[in-house]
Design a protein around this ligand. Sequence first.
Ligand SMILES: Cc1ncc(COP(=O)(O)O)c(C=O)c1O
Length: 481
Amino acid sequence: MDAKEFREVGHRVVDFLAEYLDHIEEKRVFPEAEPRTTNELFAEPLPQDPSSAEDVLYELETKLLPYCTNVGHPGYMGLITPSPNPVGIIADFICSALNQNVGAYSIGPSAVAMERRVVRWLTDLCGYGPKAGGNLTSGGMMANFIGLKVGRDAVTSDRAQHDGVRESWAVYVSEERHVSVDKAVDCIGLGRNALRPLPTDANFQVRIDALQEAIAQDKKNGIRPLSIVGVFGTTNTGAVDDIRALRRIADREDMWLHVDAAYGGGMLLSHQWPMRDRGLELADSITIDPHKWFYAPLDAGAVLVKDQDRLTASFGIKPSYLTDELDQANERYQYYVHGFEQSRRFRSLKVWMSFKRYGARLIGEWIDNNVRQAKHLYALAERDPEFEPASSPPMSATCIRFIGAGLDEAELKDLHAEVAQRVERGGRFWMSTTELKNKTWFRINPVNFRTRQEHMAELFQLLQRECRAVFREKGLASQST
Ligand SMILES: Cc1ncc(COP(=O)(O)O)c(C=O)c1O
């Protein structure tokens, strides 16, 4: 592909995407296609001969784009993936063109400097001091893993890093945790049985009394408390644990405190409901994902550590083929010795460009709009006796459920699943279902700067209609009497 063709194809793609974004609301949120069909679309052997760019783009237009989930559609209110902000899309294009590898200074000096600045913006936002550091990750999963790994190393004075895990340890977390915590506990060598999922209160915040009891019980059984994972914005309802209370217990027991703010970190930018006074800065390490509520395109998670030397202590192995002898004087910052991953794409570019282009103030307004929308939906559900909201939403995630006509829980589970499918088939909205305290709920979560208040009213009317229709059509009325 020469420069002329690159320019032509690039212009065409940009024109196409501009059109796509401009008309996104006219599309279906979720495509009408079975997995069988989408798999068949790409069922061909490895191409041996070249095709023209024209032909390749045509295939994308006919096979890929019609079957995408349009997460930028204002009716997308599902699993936490934002409407990507347009300058972030451009940033990813530039990122791939430059292909800087921020793992090593020699493969991206200015990119490393930019990532360090973006990390500084994030640590400042969380209330950390000048010793803090971190790096951008593929997402919250990887960030939680790194947070738990550095915590394990700190508490075992780095013994586990060299000798493996020799003692019995436990990690404490809310039952409302993200599954990434379970995976991380396994990956740091403790085994999933070392996780203590703790009950939550009526607002889905972890119960401190249950935490104290679990620690006491473990100590009695010879199991040592290793770390607490606090949640700053649960996936289901946006609940924020009492970080100050968690910190006190972690100090008393010499434990690490990691806080998962993958989703809730966005609230640090909120104007109307700022959550800068919730003690996030008391955590030893934090997960915060720009690719969630800072509206950056995937992927851009981040792990932050209060004392960045901890990252180096946990990951600072320098193989000879990577050691840069020139880094002695004016330090060449080598992310590979201050983090887990080696080759890393230049994720900070889209975060940097987003903050530069829109400014934190405007992004905070988008966040406030999403919270307002969630509160509106909550109010609608609260007013309707056939519906029940789980809790007043502190963020944008809201769980509501249909309780009309006294169905039992198994029937309600089927009804909610059927309604969610009908909503998906309708094409205007997408939301998920979830379980909270052994009950099934619709989980509705706008993380989307295109969503407007009227979309919530429209969605709620649709849910009212569909719930009643499924109830009637399935003959649930007769079963339950
Ligand atoms: C609270 C929380 N933590 C961690 C994650 C995992 O993040 P990712 O999907 O970016 O790996 C999620 C994902 O939704 C989340 O909600």
